[in-house]
Design a protein around this ligand. Structure first.
Ligand code: DQA
Length: 152
């Protein structure tokens, strides 16, 4: 039996504040609630999950690097670093692991500085505006990609 593919779910700055942070934008679920949602859905898809959050750009860079040759996919909500971080973009390009970008809010309906994403340049796709369900959709997308690549 082959090993369970691991999906690394990475969350950036201020996402530890979910539940109380601007609930009108980000909803009332905590990050722990989203982690539980992801673990349950990943298990149903036959995937394992690592779920991490940091307020520090370098932590995210190190975790992305650590996915290379090990993780089957990355789900990343880089928070505000989405719009600023060339370092996270470079780490994603170097990791060579399929990544799906997620945002709880619809960043294209918000401030113009949120319309640009460095992460998007390295991601297979982006899901935004569906709240926590975006993480579920990202896992579905990666499951399909992984299944497709193992059939070739
Ligand atoms: C966010 C959108 C970003 O613009 C913002 O800085 C966040 C959260 C989202 O999930 O909607 O921290 O990534």
């Amino acid at each position: 039996m082959s090993a369970t593919p691991i999906i690394s779910i990475l969350n950036g700055p201020n996402l530890n504040m979910l539940g109380t942070r601007q609930p009108e934008l980000y909803g009332r679920e905590s990050l722990a609630d989203i982690e539980a949602l992801c673990r349950g859905h990943a298990a149903a898809l036959g995937l394992g999950v690592e779920f991490r959050q940091s307020n520090h750009e370098g932590d995210l860079v190190t975790w992305i690097q650590d996915c290379r040759g090990r993780a089957a996919g990355i789900v990343i909500n880089a928070g505000a670093y989405t719009h600023t971080s060339v370092a996270i973009l470079d780490a994603l390009l170097a990791a060579e692991v399929p990544a799906v970008e997620v945002h709880l809010s619809n960043i294209h309906q918000r401030d113009s500085f949120r319309h640009h994403s460095y992460v998007a340049k390295a991601a297979r796709g982006m899901i935004c505006g569906f709240g926590s369900h975006g993480y579920v959709l990202a896992l579905d997308a990666l499951a399909r990609l992984i299944k497709g690549s193992s059939q070739t």
